[in-house]
Design a protein around this ligand. Structure first.
Ligand SMILES: Cc1cc2nc3c(=O)[nH]c(=O)nc-3n(C[C@H](O)[C@H](O)[C@H](O)COP(=O)(O)OP(=O)(O)OC[C@H]3O[C@@H](n4cnc5c(N)ncnc54)[C@H](O)[C@@H]3O)c2cc1C
Length: 425
């Protein structure tokens, strides 16, 4: 007879990163461990195992809440959406269960032999033991692609400052970088502040030049961007940004210097003046913890994963098969997307649950494997959107925006899919 683990001892699962991938992993795992139909289930005949497995999930994140990163271009131009898009973990109904605990901090060290992680928090180092670990720490993106702050309060102050700069931009706003983020920031800005002149500058002659997407997609994006009222300058690199300083006499007859916007010089020698500059040139690096052995990463710093989301078999990391990565931090085909991150978090949870079931009930694990993904993208362009997926082809217009983003850059789509507003019983 095989000897199975005592079911009374909860499995400890440590989730690093509490965004799309991390929350999808944590919440689906808790559903599965309660033996019920899990929230991402699309199989009408699957009503769960009915078998309870005690689990204790700890989510570690540098932020104090979930941030809807997809909505960042909209949040930069709207305080209302900025407020909606950051929800503290303590206010997320789905996380209010004794099975899930959230810890604000940054992963410092990991000893995979003893399965212990050290987390740096404002109150000092916390040592967390785990049976399974899922790394969902995404990419480190610079502002304005992502917030700088780690608390909701500071983030809202940051958002308010950006909004003031946009509202006061009597001489227009320049967005640098014609990747997806730059296009969306420019278009949302123009849609919400139609009186402001918005110009997008991109160094290449076509938009989205670093994406492996068909030319028809970038051509359509440019067309729709122009229709939305954004001006573009393509094939020109910004070589300098100089603040315009004016001197004025104050009442005390001292001279005061005031910044009155910027002068931009382009590689074409053209110059232009503007009130506000948003640098949206994509800069990101994977956040994979650098204390893992080098052989866990690929040459760009992404965690190599098997189709089951487990760490690779050929790594020197002890207990590698109890370590998973999901979302942007994991190397997988296709463009990095929140939908893919949630899907991968879900699969990691399903596969960990299979291992738990095998240990507790002696079942034979049936693991799920990721399929390869072809490049595809939905791009919000003001009131419109442009989409390209190999299975659907090219689409654009208000219906496309409604399908991919609805009216809030996909916030409620993600919120409802993860059931963040529903208490996890
Ligand atoms: C402006 C913008 C627009 C986008 N638009 C779309 C879109 O329209 N559709 C789409 O599908 N995708 C879009 N994306 C991509 C999408 O946002 C990402 O694919 C998605 O966020 C990946 O989710 P994730 O959970 O893997 O990582 P992230 O969302 O990046 O989350 C990682 C989490 O880990 C935390 N973390 C990082 N390092 C540590 C650490 N050392 N210790 C503790 N916590 C840590 C972070 O605080 C964060 O909460 C967009 C991205 C940007 C920047």
């Amino acid at each position: 007879m095989p000897s199975f683990e005592e079911p009374q001892t909860p499995f400890r699962v440590l989730v690093l990163g509490g965004s799309y991938a991390g929350l999808a992993a944590a919440l689906n795992l808790v559903d599965l461990c309660h033996g019920r139909r899990h929230r991402f289930c699309i199989d009408d005949n699957d009503n769960g195992t009915g078998k309870n497995i005690p689990v204790q999930v700890t989510i570690v994140d540098e932020r104090d809440g979930f941030y809807h990163l997809i909505g960042q271009p909209l949040a930069l131009s709207s305080q209302k959406f900025a407020e909606a898009f950051w929800t503290k973990y303590t206010d997320l109904a789905a996380l209010q269960t004794p099975d899930i605990r959230c810890l604000q901090g940054r992963i410092e060290t990991l000893d995979s032999s003893s399965k212990t992680a050290t987390i740096a928090t404002t109150k000092g180092a916390v040592h967390e033991s785990y049976d399974y670990l899922i790394t969902c720490t995404g990419l480190r993106r610079e502002y304005p692609s992502a917030p700088r702050s780690f608390t909701r309060e500071k983030y809202l102050a940051e958002a308010a400052e950006t909004l003031t700069n946009i509202r006061d931009a009597s001489n227009g706003v320049v967005v640098i970088g014609g990747g997806a983020v730059g296009i969306e920031i420019a278009a949302e800005c123009k849609m919400l502040h139609p009186d402001i002149n918005v110009t997008l500058i991109h160094s290449r002659t076509s938009l989205l030049s670093s994406e492996s997407l068909p030319a028809e997609f970038s051509n359509k994006a440019l067309e729709v961007l122009h229709e939305s009222g954004v001006n573009t300058i393509l094939g020109a690199r910004v070589t300098s940004i100089t603040p315009n300083i004016s001197s004025s006499s104050s009442s005390s007859s001292e001279h005061e210097e005031e910044k009155e916007g910027y002068t931009l010089t382009l590689s074409t020698t053209q110059t232009l003046t503007t009130s506000h500059v948003i640098n949206a040139v994509s800069r990101f690096t994977p956040t994979a913890p650098n204390f893992l052995p080098e052989d866990v990463y690929d040459d760009q710093g992404y965690i190599r994963v098997q189709p089951t989301l487990e760490f690779p078999l050929d790594t020197s990391l002890p207990n590698a098969s109890d370590h998973y990565a999901a979302g942007d931090v994991a190397r997988w085909s296709g463009i990095k997307r929140a939908g893919a991150a949630m899907h991968q978090g879900h699969y990691a949870a399903r596969n960990i649950h299979q291992k738990m079931m095998s240990k507790v009930f002696g079942t034979t694990p049936a693991f799920l494997a990721l399929d390869e993904v072809e490049a595809g993208m939905g791009l919000a362009v003001g009131k419109s959107a442009v989409g390209y997926f190999p299975s659907m082809g090219l689409s654009s217009g208000e219906e496309t925006r409604e399908m991919f983003f609805q009216g809030d850059l996909g916030f409620m789509i993600c919120y409802k899919w993860m059931r963040l507003g529903t208490v996890t019983e």
